[in-house]
Design a protein around this ligand. Structure first.
Ligand SMILES: [Zn+2]
Length: 312
């Protein structure tokens, strides 16, 4: 089925290889994160379920129409809401991730929907009354994000993973095999990627973003860098980010430069006795100045400052 025949306000479908599709989140939709659909030959696998049950339902339908198979596996790259709140739209599907991700989803996911719902009206007001300095694209993305939270039905559950990967698990079908890998936590306390070795396509969740600042606020910059070294050692040619268009090795290396820059700035600040607050106001380095979600830079700076020993 040609990808153009699948229509959703939440994502657009892009063929990446025969039977492999990227669902790229639209700026204004309720998807927020990217997903992937992989035809295994007798079933389909989906990578990440997006921000809302609505986007998740469209994604499941898209996977069924594009592959002609039922979805057997849903992989959760990490526990953040924009990657797992569509899980509820995948009934009777095995949800694959680490035990740590299961734990984090059970502890936090449902409560986070409620706390987001409580905070969003004030954020939307700030966004609409012009007191929040945002770029035009950021404004559209944030608005879709917040409206997606408000459109999430009350009482929405987030089914947790029930099939676990320690470091490597292979999902096999007659057409291809999909490796599910975890190298620990970098962007979040536990991150999972998927890899098609024959096609050299990596699905990286928020370990990669293209045109957006990555988030380190919930993870660890040093491990993040090491994980990306391991991803590069897989020799991928194409890499699907959690946010932004399909990328490649150059984009992974750019995130590594960003993380190294954060660490080097934090070491300098620690050495010269700069306070955490002052450090958090450091301007974005020129190489990354065009990236959206620039508000994340301050959070990333403070996180890396905390991870840098004083006097190092
Ligand atoms: Zn995330």
């Amino acid at each position: 089925m040609p990808e153009g025949t699948v229509l959703s306000p939440h994502f657009t479908i892009h063929g990446v290889a025969d039977g492999v599709y990227a669902a790229i989140a639209t700026d204004a939709g309720f998807g927020l994160c990217n997903s992937a659909i992989v035809d295994l030959g007798d079933s389909a696998a989906v990578f990440d379920s997006m921000l809302t049950p609505q986007a998740g339902a469209d994604l499941r339908r898209a996977a069924e129409r594009l592959t002609g198979h039922r979805v057997a596996y849903l992989i959760n790259s990490h526990y953040h809401g924009d990657h797992v709140r569509g899980n509820v739209s995948f009934p009777s599907v095995r949800i694959v991730s680490t035990r740590k991700v299961r734990e984090l989803i059970e502890e936090r996911a449902v409560r986070a929907i409620e706390s987001d719902r409580a905070e969003v009206p004030a954020e939307l007001e700030r966004l609409r009354n012009g007191t929040w300095a945002l770029r035009p694209r950021e404004r559209v993305v944030f608005e879709g994000w917040f409206e997606g939270i408000l459109a999430t039905p009350r009482g929405t559950l987030v089914p947790a993973p029930d099939m676990f990967v320690d470091d490597r698990l292979v999902l096999r079908g007659p057409k291809r095999e999909l490796e599910v890998l975890s190298y620990g936590g970098g962007h979040s306390p536990s991150d999972v990627i998927a890899y098609l070795a024959d096609e050299r396509i990596a699905f990286l969740g928020d370990l990669l973003s293209v045109g957006f600042h990555p988030g380190v606020g919930d993870g660890d910059a040093a491990s993040f860098l090491e994980i990306l070294d391991k991803v590069l050692a897989l020799r991928p040619e194409k890499a699907l980010p959690g946010h932004g268009p399909l990328g490649g090795v150059g984009d992974i290396e750019r995130i590594q430069r960003y993380l190294r820059e954060l660490r080097s700035l934090a070491r300098d600040a620690r050495r010269s006795g700069v306070s955490r607050d002052e450090f958090g106001r450091t301007p974005v380095p020129p190489e990354f100045a065009t990236w959206d979600f620039s508000d994340f830079f301050g959070d990333n700076l403070r996180r890396v400052y905390d991870q840098t020993p004083a006097g190092s």
